[in-house]
Design a protein around this ligand. Structure first.
Ligand SMILES: [Zn+2]
Length: 385
């Protein structure tokens, strides 16, 4: 029998617990035994939300999450009345959104099973939003299950996390990522190995790289930056390149999608029918949407700058490996020669210092530093032998 849990990569330790919970959820009698609030943590790309969605499917599917029935499919595609998947593309989840959500989930499940709420980015709840959610988690309806996802437990308000059962995902092994790309996505083995290695176990990123040549070429440009830092003016140029490429990557997604969304909204307000609908509220709604889109695009640019910085960190990590004579575990094997010669000409500790500088910059960016300025400062540090 198929199971939605079979699609999860390298998470057997969690699958067992969830399958046991699904068995408990079937026992009927007022569901006293069921855990009503869960928090899933794991590094980006480990598949936190895939785990949560699979669990939601298993709870509402009569076959414990077969992955093939109508209920399983509808749960995954926002088509099931009792499964809410909250996926924010903005920088935060606001208290108003949580209040609206709470009114929706206050009802008993319409199909008699469970009402499941998956919140993919619980770390993006504002404090007031988290407090609004807290009451619902403290006193969940008898048939409601909350599934929160976040990078780490520290990203969730202590009052909330203390009421949740916590499950930690592990970063999938490179072999597991490469296998799933080969078997599920029909990627050629060489390419699958390469993208699994450079994505460091991030399944989504690996697949994206494997299937998108311009993104691979952007990455190549980024990976050359540490080798081009001869002077301070090089450093400023490198920072600009990094920001430009990150923006380009983010815009590749948003442009098309933003336009489609506005069009759809205008249609809903009857733009074509003499424009009257647009006058009564439509223009305001479009404005709201454009504001949301702007915040989403800010987030995407930031995410892609962060990805580029992590890529650059793998360069210095490899330099360290070369210094330690441990070249078997190199990530950027395609740059082996360049990395070896860089390592030969740099002082022993400098790679570690540079990795630290990159990590500091990532933290600054999380705290809303201006991306170009933060990257310029970083590149100047990296230019220093
Ligand atoms: Zn099913």
């Amino acid at each position: 029998m198929n199971s939605v849990f079979d699609d999860l990569v390298d998470q057997e330790h969690i699958t067992e617990i969830l399958q046991a919970a699904v068995a408990v959820s079937r026992t009927g009698n007022d569901s006293q035994e069921m855990t009503h609030a869960w928090v899933f943590t794991g590094p980006p790309g480990s598949g936190r939300s895939s785990v949560a969605v699979a669990f939601a499917q298993a709870l509402i599917c009569p076959n414990n999450g077969c992955g093939t029935c109508d209920l399983c499919n509808s749960a995954k595609t926002h088509g099931h009345p009792d499964v809410e998947i909250i996926r924010t593309e903005g920088l935060s989840i606001k208290v108003e959104e949580v209040r609206v959500l709470l009114t929706r989930v206050a009802w008993a499940p319409s199909m008699g099973g469970w009402r499941v709420v998956v919140m993919e980015d619980a770390d993006r709840l504002t404090e007031s939003a988290a407090n609004a959610l807290l009451k619902a988690i403290e006193e969940p309806g008898t048939r409601t299950v909350w599934l929160l996802c976040a990078p780490t437990l520290h990203d969730v308000l202590p009052t909330i996390r203390s009421r949740c059962r916590h499950l930690q995902l592990r970063t999938p092994s490179l072999k597991a990522v490469s296998n799933i790309l080969i078997n599920r996505d029909h990627i050629a083995p060489d390419m699958a190995d390469f993208v699994a290695r450079v994505s460091q176990g991030h399944i989504g990123r690996a697949k994206y790289l494997a299937t998108n040549e311009s993104i691979r070429s952007n990455r190549k440009t980024i990976m050359q930056l540490p080798l081009q830092l001869g002077s301070l003016s090089d450093a400023f140029r490198a920072a600009q390149t990094l920001i430009d490429l990150a923006a380009m990557e983010a815009n590749m997604f948003s442009d098309e999608r933003d336009g489609k969304e506005v069009e759809k909204l205008q249609e809903a307000y009857g733009k074509s029918a003499a424009g009257r609908g647009m006058a009564t509220g439509g223009a305001k709604a479009v404005k709201e949407l454009e504001k949301e889109q702007k915040s989403r695009s800010t987030r995407m640019v930031r995410d892609s700058i962060d990805g580029a910085l992590l890529d650059i960190a793998t360069f210095y990590r490899d330099v360290m490996m070369v210094k330690l004579g441990n070249t078997d575990s190199m990530i950027n094997t395609d740059m082996r020669k360049q990395i070896e010669s860089y390592a030969a000409n740099s002082p022993a500790h400098s790679a570690i210092d540079k990795i630290e500088a990159i990590m500091d910059t990532r933290v600054k960016l999380v705290h809303n530093a201006v991306p170009l300025v933060a990257c310029e400062a970083l590149m100047c540090l990296l230019a220093h032998k």
